[in-house]
Write a protein that binds this ligand. Structure first.
Ligand code: ARG
Ligand code: ZN
Length: 873
């Protein structure tokens, strides 16, 4: 069944209050639900339809009287109360569920002996019958009862209001009340024998909040960083958006089996433990940064998502895009803004641009879906965040804040739409934003071409900008969109020219607003040819092609005062070199290098005035998938890999002295600290190490030593991956050593699996096949599955895309297996096929065959069927 935005109708009945009573039991949990229902005055009337899935109905009463069999109808996915009273009434529902058998990890399940829930998007219906849609907001009171020894900790949303023992039994209970009306997808419950780390936070207005992080016993000492990140997030939301926390407690629970990263349930965030647990010995700098960002993300949802939620799932970006924008800004403020931006753009291009260019492309606000879980995508999240960023660029910081304030003010406590949101900015700033809505409607990455021409005699610089947007599924033609292009013109000395003169109304204060298909801007009175710095800070999610020469890019790489564009200039040069090199390799020619590129890299790496983490970003070349994306057709992953090897070897050799010098100087005798400065130094040093390791036996030895002497996981992994990346014979011994060191630590073992899944040798397929049978591999742990199979499919371009199709077959077989127990994880794995059409013909045919086989598989889940069908369409 296809769900369409245009078919939205308000709910026929509202639920004002919900009282839930759980009797937890591993195989047979009893749920009693009391719903205080009333007809929606703005609703269509008729039957009361409650969603339900995999439930056993044990009781059903209306106003205290059992319902006759004729008064309701029970179907596979719903319970219909036929013509209920046209007044407020109370419905009591009893259901029984089996948390241990719940392998989909949606609804209530048991992971490692811990009861926990995941209800977004449509998991609450696997707990009890309910109008499981985000526009039904209710106040919840939850009583949880369990054997005290089984689950000494009992948590739900809101504030704790009671607890005690059940007289004459080995059971105890806790009662939670959440005063804030919420949709069912924000419900959460946790029960288990968990350890706790606590703290308090005093909000700006003086409310004292008790903070708790709950983890498996014995892991309490790995929670400090998450706790500190939480407090930073709470303060930041007050400072940056004027948003305070609104309950007496805020709890976070870390569980080891979780389909996604984390979940923002009101007052009770549930996390994949990968995004909570950290110690220098087990977590890398990247892990720390992710923990900080995701803790912040889920916390920020309290206002953008929970206090104001979504009217329907088409509006998902209303909470996700906005909250990603907020967590990106937070990270920029607490770390380095420039480096955060570079990292965010890298991620956007690597995932969202690829999605947007293939068969799974969809608008930031989709208009139809078959399975909503398949729309938690890079487009909704990351492109959604870019739209908020553009809004801020267009309206200015003050206008943006005024719009946000109005939004919080007006829509607090409601389920809103994108129109509501954008309407607040239009109203607060007096700007018409109708055209801006196109960004929400039209899929595809707009392509902007810029060409500049300097006229020496007239002393003018003419800049012509044009936009097009390629067709995407269901959208053959596009309208031009408003594109904010932050810019400067750089003078011959490298400085920004400050007093630009132009008549063009599209230009204001460092910004060009491209609104139509084409814009011609003439800058006058320029004594010399400038170099344009366009799309500064990546001010819009577009593909920019500018007629810049290698000289212009080299100039920008050395001089541009916008750090993002300075980095981008190096990336653009490297991309040109790598594309030419892979073409040369594909036709058996020798690739060529622009020697000034190497000098430019060297210059940046040695520039001690620049932040080491920025220099590490400059030294990190475009990835093989970046190059594949830029080529865009008839892609040969082996040729790209060859080009990558060639260029890395060349850099390692030609910049040898410089890299060795950096490697020596950036070693530290100080104890490890995960802060941005320390992480930046390690990033630069470890990037240098990766290049040094490719230069022969001495390099391998350096990597081996680095691995052995590491006193933290960042360095240990850098050493190990330098060895595995080279496919050095030493890699196997180091991998064995690593396994022995960390065999009892699941999160670290995930790294061991991933590293092997991304090795580039021809024997990797056999290795991955063998690892699927390794005793530490597990189908029921999503992190482990993603670490091995996810990494192989999504991050091993040459071996997944083997010309003989064996990589595709392996992933297809595995996906069909896991689809039976956890369709959401299966569907995610399948999205690795989304770029199959850009491959050269042999691989393209092999990928298509694998997709067709999956599509034809009997009993394929709706989640997976949706992905393969759209991929083949
Ligand atoms: N709302 C969660 C977050 O972004 C993610 C939930 C993902 N749900 C899903 N069904 N895929 O923080
Ligand atoms: Zn989110």
């Amino acid at each position: 069944p296809v769900v369409r935005l245009q078919d939205y109708a308000p709910p026929a009945y509202l639920v004002d209050r919900v009282e839930l009573d759980f009797r937890l039991d591993p195989q047979s949990t009893r749920v009693r639900s009391r719903l205080h229902v009333r007809p929606n005055p703005d609703g269509p009337g008729g039957d009361l339809v409650l969603d339900g899935e995999d439930l056993e109905l044990t009781a059903l009463e209306l106003d205290g009287a059992p319902l006759a069999g004729t008064a309701y109808k029970l179907d596979k996915d719903r319970l219909t109360i036929t013509t209920p009273p046209e007044r407020a009434f109370v419905l009591d529902i009893g259901t029984t569920i089996d948390p241990s058998a719940n392998t989909r990890l949606m609804g209530l399940y048991r992971s490692n002996g811990v009861y926990c829930t995941q209800c977004e998007a449509e998991g609450f219906r696997r707990i009890t019958f309910f109008p499981d849609r985000p526009d039904v907001l209710a106040v919840y009171t939850v009583r949880i009862e369990a054997r005290a020894s089984d689950a000494p900790v009992l948590l739900s949303n809101g504030n704790p209001v009671g607890s005690g023992v059940v007289a004459g039994s080995d059971r105890h209970y806790a009662v939670w009340h959440d005063p804030h009306p919420k949709p069912s997808y924000l419900f959460a419950l946790v029960g288990g024998d968990l350890g706790r780390v606590g703290d308090t936070f005093v909000t700006a207005s003086g409310r004292e909040v008790t903070l708790g992080i709950y983890v498996e016993k014995g892991k309490e000492d790995r929670c400090d960083y998450a706790l500190e990140a939480l407090k930073r997030s709470m303060r930041w939301d007050e400072d940056a958006f004027g948003r305070e926390y609104d309950l007496d407690v805020f709890n976070i629970v870390a569980v080891s089996d979780f389909n996604m990263g984390a979940m923002e349930n009101k007052g009770l965030n549930v996390f994949n433990d990968k995004y909570v647990l950290a110690s220098p010995e087990t977590a890398t700098d990247t892990d720390y940064a992710n923990i900080e960002a995701i803790i912040a993300h889920e916390y920020f949802h309290n206002w953008t998502g929970n206090r104001i939620t979504c009217r329907d799932w088409f509006q998902l970006c209303l909470k996700e895009g906005l909250t990603v924008f907020r967590d990106q800004e937070f990270s920029a403020d607490v770390r380095s803004r420039a480096v955060e931006r570079i990292g965010d753009v890298r991620t956007l291009k690597a995932h969202q641009f690829v999605e947007d260019a293939g068969p799974l492309a969809h608008p930031v606000r989709p208009e139809t879906y078959k399975e909503i879980n398949n729309f938690y995508t890079a487009t909704v999240y990351e492109k959604g965040a870019e739209l908020i960023r553009m809004l801020k660029t267009l309206l200015g910081a003050d206008g943006f804040r005024a719009g946000m304030d109005l939004y919080f003010d007006r829509h607090d406590g409601t389920a809103a739409t994108i129109e509501d949101f954008i309407g607040c900015f239009a109203e607060a700033t007096g700007r018409k934003l109708d055209d801006f809505m196109l960004w929400y409607h039209q899929a595809g990455t707009p392509e902007v071409t810029a060409s500049g021409r300097y006229d020496t005699a007239a002393r003018t610089y003419e800049l012509t900008l044009e936009q097009t947007c390629p067709p995407t599924p269901g959208q053959p033609t596009k309208q031009p969109m408003p594109i904010p292009i932050a810019f400067a013109l750089l003078g011959p000395d490298g400085d920004e020219i400050t007093d630009l003169k132009t008549e063009s109304p599209a230009v204001r204060d460092g910004l060009i607003e491209l609104t139509g298909t084409r814009e011609r801007i003439v800058f006058t009175d320029l004594p010399a040819k400038p170099v344009p710095s366009l799309l500064r800070g990546f001010s819009a999610p577009v593909k920019l092609t500018a007629n810049l020469t290698d000289d212009d890019l080299l100039f920008a790489a050395a001089e541009d005062s916008d750090p993002y564009n300075r980095w981008q200039a190096v990336q653009s040069l490297a991309t040109r070199i790598l594309i030419a090199a892979q073409a040369a390799i594909a036709d058996g020619r020798t690739p060529e290098i622009e020697p000034r590129f190497l000098r430019s890299l060297e210059h940046t790496v040695e520039a001690d005035a620049l932040d080491p983490s920025f220099r590490a970003q400059v030294l990190s070349l475009p990835s093989e998938s970046d190059i594949a994306r830029e080529i865009g057709r008839n892609v040969d992953p082996d040729a790209i890999h060859g080009a990558d090897q060639w260029l890395r070897g060349l850099i390692g050799g030609e910049l040898g002295a410089c890299l060795t010098d950096v490697y020596r100087r950036f070693g530290s005798n100080l104890p490890y600290s995960p802060d941005a400065a320390g992480a930046g130094r390690r990033a630069l040093r470890n990037t240098a190490l990766g290049l040094i390791a490719g230069t022969g036996q001495a390099g391998i030895e350096t990597a081996e030593q680095h691995y052995r002497n590491a006193d933290n996981m960042t360095d240990r992994m850098a050493g190990l991956s330098a060895l595995t990346r080279q496919g050095a014979p030493e890699a196997d011994a180091a991998l064995d050593d690593f396994f022995e060191r960390y065999r009892t630590d699941p999160l670290v073992l995930d790294k061991w699996f991933s590293l092997q899944a991304t090795m580039t040798g021809a024997d990797t397929l056999d290795r991955v096949t063998a690892l699927m049978r390794h005793p530490a591999f597990s189908l029921s742990n999503p992190n482990r599955v993603r670490a091995l199979v996810g990494a192989f499919a999504a991050a091993n371009p040459t071996q997944f895309n083997r010309a003989d199709g064996a990589g595709y077959r392996l992933v297809a077989d595995f996906t069909l297996e896991i689809d039976r127990s956890n369709p959401q994880v299966a569907a995610r794995l399948l999205s690795a096929f989304r770029s199959w059409r850009v491959l050269e013909p042999v691989r393209r045919a092999a990928a298509e065959a694998a997709l067709r086989r999956i599509a034809g598989h009997e009993g394929l889940s709706r989640d997976s069927a949706d992905i393969v069908e759209r991929s083949l369409d």
